[in-house]
Design a protein around this ligand. Structure first.
Ligand code: MLT
Ligand code: MN
Ligand code: ZN
Length: 301
């Protein structure tokens, strides 16, 4: 037995839509199509305590390509997968559509909160993940559990909202419950916190992240009104459940005093100027000690 050590692989560092996004002609998407900046697939990480048996946190629509691009996740037998568990942090399409690519009668455990499980179960297509093969596990925030061998996970509520496709009437974007969660991943004494969606910093979340060795955090937008201003959308980041990076109440300022060891932006929208290595925004986040995640990046706290 090798000694347990937490390993995190960034499978996809982009927000929903990816980089480039199929219907987007913004400056970053055009640069990515020309190969001037790295393309990025949609939001997902893999985690392992032993490098052999892995959990995937968030099943993006790009999961099939992400698995193909990651040798540690390739089968080691005629019918086999090192992926023993999947955990989803909300019901957003960029975090669950990849479940449909895992439908080939391969056993794994599928972890989600009661709220997200209910949404998944309401969609008849998820019957493809037959409970006789796939173990559906409801997990509650605040209760630690073994996600994969030697890999502990604990969910915690972060401000967020129901998935876009479930929105009805007046939408609250800062609900704190099981609809949007972050996750602590721990193995061999190392801890990482993965929070790909967060509408605002709360004292409870700040307290939890205080002094953490590694935090992967919502880097969707630089400015709250970035998509409105650029003409690529009509909603602010906060309305979509994502606090911005910049500004007085952005994540750069919110995490600055928390003494986090390594800070990594993930779930980055294609409009975000930090994606351009030559931008002043990229310089600002790097000067503040942040890493802008790229697909394939490996992190060990
Ligand atoms: C989000 O992160 O806001 C969602 O992924 C948006 C979406 O469902 O497209
Ligand atoms: Mn998303
Ligand atoms: Zn774009």
């Amino acid at each position: 037995m090798t000694e347990a050590r937490l390993r995190i692989l960034v499978l996809g560092s982009a927000a929903g839509g990816g980089l480039p996004q199929w219907n987007c002609g913004c400056a970053n998407c055009r640069r990515a199509r020309r190969g001037e900046i790295p393309a990025r697939t949609q939001s997902s990480v893999a985690a392992s305590a032993d490098g052999e048996r892995w959990a995937i946190v968030n099943a993006s629509p790009d999961l099939r390509l992400q698995l193909a691009a990651t040798p540690a996740l390739h089968p080691r037998g005629l019918r086999h997968s090192p992926v023993e568990a999947v955990l989803v942090t909300n019901g957003d399409i960029d975090h669950v559509a990849g479940l449909l690519s895992l439908r080939e009668r391969q056993p794994f455990a599928l972890h989600a909160t009661a709220e997200t499980t209910e949404i998944l179960k309401a969609n008849p297509m998820t019957r493809a993940l037959d409970p006789e093969v796939v173990a559906w596990r409801q997990v509650a925030p605040g209760a630690a559990f073994e996600l994969a061998p030697g890999l502990e996970a604990e969910l915690f509520a972060v401000p967020g909202k129901v998935p876009l496709y479930m929105e009805e009437g007046e939408v609250r974007s800062d609900l704190e419950g099981g609809q949007t969660v972050g996750v602590r991943l721990s193995a061999g004494g190392g801890d990482a916190y993965y929070v790909p969606g967060c509408a605002r910093m709360t004292p409870a979340l700040a307290g939890r992240l205080q002094g953490a060795p590694l935090v992967l955090f919502d880097g969707t937008l630089w400015d709250d009104d970035e998509m409105v201003r650029m003409g690529t959308g009509t909603k602010t980041g906060r309305r979509m459940g994502h606090m911005p990076i910049g500004g007085g109440d952005g994540s750069l300022a919110a995490l600055a005093p928390l003494g986090v060891g390594v800070k990594v932006y993930v779930h980055i929208n294609n409009t975000n100027p930090v994606l351009d290595p030559a931008s002043p925004e990229r310089r600002a986040v790097e000067e503040a000690g942040w890493i802008v995640a790229e697909d394939g990046m490996e992190l060990m706290p």
